[in-house]
Design a protein around this ligand. Structure first.
Ligand code: AMP
Length: 423
């Protein structure tokens, strides 16, 4: 394996990347309220994000951190997909997508997955983990095409759509089909779709179980299970749904579990789900905030908070901004208020239809709107590479949640900025 070193040194001690600023040029929205001591604390242990009620107990000192000057080792596999033992038709599609070499997580898991081992992969979105489980599944299917071969369970609708898009492009012209079953869509369409035997089914836990309860989807047919963003699913309270699905999958032969973080609290359930798993952890897989400059803004008056937010958004460096708020109605309210102030803003939360969520996401991705306001849940799995800033308008409940939120910025080797309003 070759490793080429690329040096990244972006920490210039201020809240904006690129241009250096002296203390005298600290933006006015930060000047009057000094933040607490800088800290580089490690991630504390969390109980899986179950405490959805009550005020956040998160220690604000954990939310302040300068982006570190990191010397990052860019991974470069010494294998080409072309040279790998994969079906030639699949290789052709991989090539057509422009993938030349496996990413780190793919390099580490592809052989295990192809050989049929259970796999525990610690990797975040953006590492190529979708290919890590889809490529072996497609390879298996090309050698032995069978309906309802693999079930891929993901926490959010957006992630489900992304996984299906990746599957479609990797199976172009191969006569393999997928079905995607997600909440917030018309279930009759799913029932109709189920008349056709797809090779893989992708879905969110609630809708998949709904279809199973209606006896339209038989979990016993599936041999392969993928649990993607497993920690997110636990965080969202899907633990019993996951247990139920596993119980219903009587003919499960292989399970691949991907998670961005690995909490000791999750280990018991993981041990029940996986049999002699091959554990693979990629360097970028541990939720890391090293390249994200983090700071807090102490302010509790809602009017003042909003005013400060507008000042921030007016700054030229705030090019693509993801704002988190706690509740769906608050997200709507904030988005409307920002639009009134002249900031092109979209909102995304669980009460919106899938079509509306996708439209908002597409507008944000394409840069048609500068700001996306989202609830925690709705933003999970969002794969937008060039988000410059994440703003927590409300402090999140858990550190785990915080790490996932801020992980939407600072991607693809860039330095991101994250600000959290703290009472
Ligand atoms: P994922 O982590 O699966 O969401 O993938 C992140 C991004 O990396 C997506 O845009 C993929 O299309 C891309 N990608 C996945 N695998 C590779 C690869 N082997 N080479 C280049 N790009 C890839």
């Amino acid at each position: 394996m070759n490793n080429t070193r690329t040096k990244r040194n972006n920490s210039n001690g201020n809240s904006f990347g690129g241009k250096k600023k002296t203390n005298g040029s600290v933006p006015h929205w930060k000047r009057d309220k000094p933040t607490s001591n800088k800290t580089t604390s490690k991630r504390p242990k969390q109980g899986g994000g179950k405490n959805k009620q009550g005020p956040s107990k998160l220690d604000p000192r954990l939310l302040v951190q300068a982006a570190k000057s990191v010397e990052k080792q860019e991974f470069r596999s010494d294998r080409l997909f072309d040279e790998m033992k994969l079906h030639p038709k699949l290789k052709a599609n991989i090539k057509a997508k422009g993938y030349e070499r496996p990413s780190e997580i793919q390099e580490a898991t592809l052989d295990f997955c192809t050989e049929g081992h259970d796999v525990l992969g610690i990797a975040q979105t953006g590492t190529g983990k979708t290919g890590a489980f889809l490529i072996p599944i497609i390879d298996q299917l090309l050698h032995n095409k069978r309906p309802f071969h693999a079930l891929i369970v993901v926490p959010t609708r957006e992630l489900a759509t992304q996984v299906e898009d990746e599957f479609k492009s990797l199976t172009k012209g191969l006569d393999l089909f997928s079905a995607c079953f997600i909440g917030g869509t018309n279930i009759n369409r799913d029932l109709y779709e189920l008349r056709r035997a797809s090779q893989i089914v992708i879905g969110t836990p609630g809708r998949l179980l709904d279809l199973s309860t209606r006896k339209s989807l038989d979990f016993r047919k599936f041999n392969v299970l993928v649990l993607d963003e497993y920690d997110r699913m636990l965080d969202m309270g899907f633990v019993n749904d996951i247990k139920r699905m596993i119980h219903l999958m009587a003919n499960r032969k292989q399970t691949m579990l991907f998670s961005a973080t690995l909490d000791v609290n999750q280990q018991d359930l993981i041990n029940q789900i996986l049999t002699k798993p091959k554990t693979v952890k990629v360097s970028s897989g541990e939720a890391s905030s090293d390249n994200i400059e983090q700071d807090i803004i102490r302010m509790s008056n809602p009017k003042e908070k909003f005013k400060r937010l507008c000042e921030m958004l007016n700054h030229e460096d705030f090019e693509k901004v993801l704002i988190f708020d706690e509740a769906k109605y608050k997200v709507n309210k904030l988005s409307e208020a920002l639009n009134k102030e002249g900031f092109k803003t979209e909102a995304i939360h669980g009460n919106k239809t899938q079509a509306a969520r996708q439209k908002a996401l597409d507008a944000f991705k394409a840069g048609k709107v500068k700001v996306l306001v989202a609830t925690d849940v709705a933003a999970r799995g969002i794969d937008v590479m060039d988000i410059t800033h994440v703003i927590n308008f409300q402090i999140p409940m858990t550190y785990d949640s915080y790490i996932h939120r801020i992980g939407r910025t600072g991607r693809a080797g860039k330095v991101g900025k994250a600000f959290t309003f703290v009472d």
